[in-house]
Design a binder for this molecule. Sequence first.
Ligand code: HEM
Length: 381
Amino acid sequence: MILADVTLNDLTLDPHTALAAARAVGPIAWLPALNGWVVTSRSAAVHVMRDAKRFTVDDPRFTTGQILGPSMLSTDGPAHTRHRAPFNGWFSDRAELQRLTDWMTDRARGIVAELEPHSRAELRSAFAAPLAAETVAHALRLDPPGADALLEWYGAIVDSVQRLTAGLDARDAAMLAYRDLAAAIEATARSDPPAPLVTAFAALSTAEVVANAAVILFGGIETSEGATANAIWHLLTNPDVLAAVRANRSLVAAAAEESLRLEPAAATIDRYATTDVELSGVPIRAGDYVVVSLAGANRDPTVFADPDRFDIARPNVRTHTTFALGPHACLGIHLARAQTIAAIEAVLDGFDRIELGIDADGPLGLVFRKPACLDATWTPR
Ligand code: HEM
């Protein structure tokens, strides 16, 4: 039940081997390195995600909440419903999704067209990152101030969250960044056409709208960047699949989905036990930290045959847990899927004979997983 020899470095560099070791111990194991439980079976993971009464996000140890204030990400029960409800309609609106998909398709093609003559680029920072940041900025009508400003504010806020996690004080820079972000979000209420956030301003206080908009911004940028970069990585490291997808574009969606399963851009989510509870036969104490490993659940061999293989014909791929399940299931799931597909299409259309460059590396990271260097080369036209 205890996995004493797994380190944070193992979980960052090669989590799948460490998670397989954890799974051999049982569906849930104590990891001293995390000072918490790690859940690796899909059924136990789903159980925890759906049982917000016993496994909550609403805990003072959740550092993001300390910087942003209460939001849909840091509350449960009726408070969570109140925070999330004003955004549900917008994120499930088909016309809005189509408008954003058209925009992302154009933007992905535009970035690829700018890179194409150069025959080589680091595609995570030069393609996946701007596409992700500009999409969320555009979706929230924050085009001015624009993706660069958002990323700068994001950097300051993430820095402070990490300092808080390490037991240090948050930096003033985060407070200033948050003030500027809040002003930009408030200004969207007066934009023409009105921003989707207008309905939220009617239901929540200004501070609450800002906190939730920040969660949407930051929840959507790093994850989508990772999903796109990981999908390109999977295709370029599986040349047979790349050739098959090139020859038959109806396979793009399946390739995107299998990539989301194999390397979830957010590999873990955090919960805290509210009461003594038994999970898969293991006694959990009230207050225990429970890490749901989406990466582990997605490679549960009792659900996914030959789970480490990139197999775009997998019949049950959609049962992966990458977007979480239960009350906190990802609000941007449709947008994220559409963005990954638009990105793959743009790469297939825009780069001839694309392959990995010698500096390329694979997905890395403890929570957010993506290649540090997605070096790629192609033959210019
Ligand atoms: C491939 C890209 C994405 C992945 C892998 C992803 C993954 C996730 C996961 C795992 C959660 C659950 C967090 C938890 O329960 O603690 C989540 C929640 C959330 N996601 Fe995403 N996400 C992606 C893209 C997006 C996008 C594009 C947006 C918005 C533009 C977005 C907005 C949100 C929001 C607002 C929540 C919080 C929902 C709540 O707590 O009720 N995500 N996402």
